[in-house]
Design a protein around this ligand. Structure first.
Ligand SMILES: Nc1ncnc2c1ncn2[C@@H]1O[C@H](COP(=O)(O)OP(=O)(O)OP(=O)(O)O)[C@@H](O)[C@H]1O
Ligand SMILES: [Mg+2]
Length: 228
């Protein structure tokens, strides 16, 4: 079954002369166990696309189904529960809680979520792969951008969601660490059947993914757009 299905999804911001059509008539599906990337330049609609899938933005029109449930039919509470239980969101701005250490950010996940999190030994491997075992007792403000980014990735994975949405997850990382993150995503899709959708302008990541999409001025196309 497809975990994500988007039909004719459109979203605009503003009105009148300042109206911006951020994504236009998007058709998209993602199956279980897939690692997908949507690549496009700044302002092309990547975050808008991902935030609609994650329920952070409501589309103007179109049909969105997540794990067999039409978003349109969900109440605010049901939507919140779906987000918490099924979706791990790695936001472009990391979104760590400033007054909690990295370890406490993970503990917070245990507090707010009722379904089980990742088991300890599997999570220890993720921490090791992301090289953040040494920063667990630090606050976000005391970390580099790359460390914050890796902590945000670990937090999303720890909650053990079916669907991981990652907005520019490698923007602050050097190539080696960026590839390590993609390897972790790939292993998650292969070993646990999760679906990972990465939106990025980083073409270094293309070789890791099962399918690539291109977004240009809000229009999504499957495959790479030919460069001329
Ligand atoms: N809250 C908003 N209000 C008004 N316009 C917005 C808003 N969010 C996005 N936009 C506009 O919608 C378009 C798509 O923005 P979006 O953030 O989705 O792009 P992006 O591909 O994620 O860019 P970046 O790579 O810089 O993160 C842009 O023209 C942007 O200015
Ligand atoms: Mg963005």
């Amino acid at each position: 079954m497809n975990i994500v299905e988007m039909k004719n999804i459109t979203k605009s911001f503003g009105s009148g002369l300042s109206k911006v059509e951020a994504i236009k008539n998007v058709q998209f599906t993602a199956a279980g166990g897939e690692l997908l990337a949507v690549v496009g330049p700044s302002g092309s609609g990547k975050s808008t696309f991902l935030e609609i899938i994650g329920g952070l933005l409501t589309p103007d029109s179109g049909i969105l189904t997540i794990d067999g449930q039409n978003y349109h039919d969900l109440s605010g509470n049901q939507m919140e529960k779906m987000r918490l239980d099924k979706i791990g969101f790695i936001l472009q701005g990391y979104n760590l809680v400033p007054y909690l250490t990295i370890r406490e950010q993970f503990e917070l996940v245990e507090h707010i979520k009722r379904t089980p999190n990742m088991d300890r030994s599997a999570f220890a491997e993720v921490l090791d792969g992301l090289d953040i075992d040494t920063i667990l007792d630090k606050y976000p403000a005391d970390l580099s951008g790359g460390q914050r980014q890796r902590a945000a990735i670990a937090r999303a994975i720890y909650a053990d969601p079916k669907l991981i949405l990652a907005d520019e997850p490698t923007a602050s990382l050097d190539s080696q660490r960026a590839f390590e993150v993609m390897k972790i995503f790939k292993d998650l899709t292969r070993l646990t059947g999760k679906t990972v959708i990465v939106v990025t302008h980083d073409t270094r990541l293309e070789k890791f993914v099962d399918q690539i999409y291109t977004i240009t001025d809000g229009i999504l196309q499957q495959g790479k757009v030919k460069e001329d």
